[in-house]
Design a protein around this ligand. Structure first.
Ligand code: NAD
Length: 283
């Protein structure tokens, strides 16, 4: 039976540590670190994510600004809010909750965020810096995965890491981070043929697909480390991308859903906001 990688517990440790760092920052610079969250529309999952992010921000002693716009908001209306936050010197981080309503161009909106306030690490410059191993804001979910692997002392050097999913927010940055840790990285996706051939060679298998229980035990090597990024709602219940019950019998380490990658993502958003505040203060 695999060791459970407890993301809830680790995220609590990170938040307690941040609480201290945030209060030291406030004492030293006589100002509160501020994160602004912009939500457009009424997507119920996004509303829950935003609520959780605001709660966690305030828990560690940061200030949160919440901007909510209707589903019908135009590009100009959204841009006006982001431009105000960009100019506001008291704001350290700006997060635009994705997905945006279909009529809005995601990349065009994200580009309005100044690089130094991009706490999601989604801007092209931050993505480029990550690829070049330069200082950057690291996308929160893959950042959280790396923290979990390190906290549990999982050996990464020279290991075969296979990622299922090539999204800009999870799969691609995850590959860059694992490459930095000296893994041999393979990215699989919806057009990959013979997926099982790749996954069965994985010492570290990361599932970021968005399909409940997609990864079954026959796709996993004995003793593999399995990280489940998926969040899938089925009949009111949340499932990961991995068939936890059966895969956990084969893996050496595994993350549960919920209680794995999810809470780590929020903790790393707070860490990124703190780092962004420190960088802005030093400039
Ligand atoms: P996405 O839809 O952008 O990407 C999904 C990827 O899966 C694509 O690259 C696609 O090629 C691949 N894929 C789809 N079907 C496949 C198949 N049959 N075989 C192989 N690959 C296949 O999704 P995303 O934004 O990367 O999110 C993935 C999952 O992770 C979702 O469930 C999402 O809710 C979850 N997520 C969780 C967190 C968290 O904090 N835990 C953060 C972000 C995303």
């Amino acid at each position: 039976m695999a060791i459970i990688i407890d993301g809830k517990n680790l995220s609590s440790l990170i938040k307690e540590n941040l609480k201290e760092k945030v209060s030291e920052f406030e004492e030293k610079y006589n100002r509160q670190i501020t994160l602004a969250v912009v939500l457009v529309g009424e997507n119920p999952a996004s509303q829950v994510y935003v609520r959780n992010k605001i709660k966690a921000t305030e828990y560690v002693g940061m200030k949160s600004l919440s901007i909510t716009l209707p589903e019908t908001a135009t590009y100009e209306e959204v841009a006006k809010e982001i431009n105000n936050l960009a100019l506001d010197n008291s704001v350290d981080g700006i997060l635009v909750q994705l997905p945006l309503p279909k009529h809005l161009d995601e990349q065009k909106i994200l580009k309005l965020i100044p690089i130094e306030k991009d706490v999601d690490g989604f801007l092209p410059e931050n993505v480029g810096n990550l690829c070049l191993n330069l200082e950057s804001s690291i996308p929160c979910t893959p950042f959280g995965v790396i923290q979990m692997l390190k906290h549990y002392n999982v050996e990464l050097k020279g290991k075969n890491a296979v990622i299922i999913g090539r999204s800009n927010i999870v799969g691609k940055p995850m590959a860059m981070l694992l490459l930095k840790e000296d893994c041999t990285v393979t990215i699989c996706h919806s057009k990959t043929t013979n997926l099982k051939e790749f996954t069965n060679k994985a010492d570290i298998l990361i599932a970021a697909i968005g399909k409940a229980k997609f990864v079954t035990e026959d796709m996993v090597k004995d003793g593999a480390v399995v990280i489940d990024v998926g969040i899938n709602r089925v009949d009111g219940k949340i499932y990961g991308d991995v068939d936890f019950e059966n895969v956990s019998k084969k893996a050496s380490y595994i993350t549960p859903v919920p209680g794995g990658v999810g809470p780590m993502t929020i903790a790393m958003l707070l860490e990124n906001t703190y780092l962004s505040a420190v960088r802005r203060n030093n400039e």
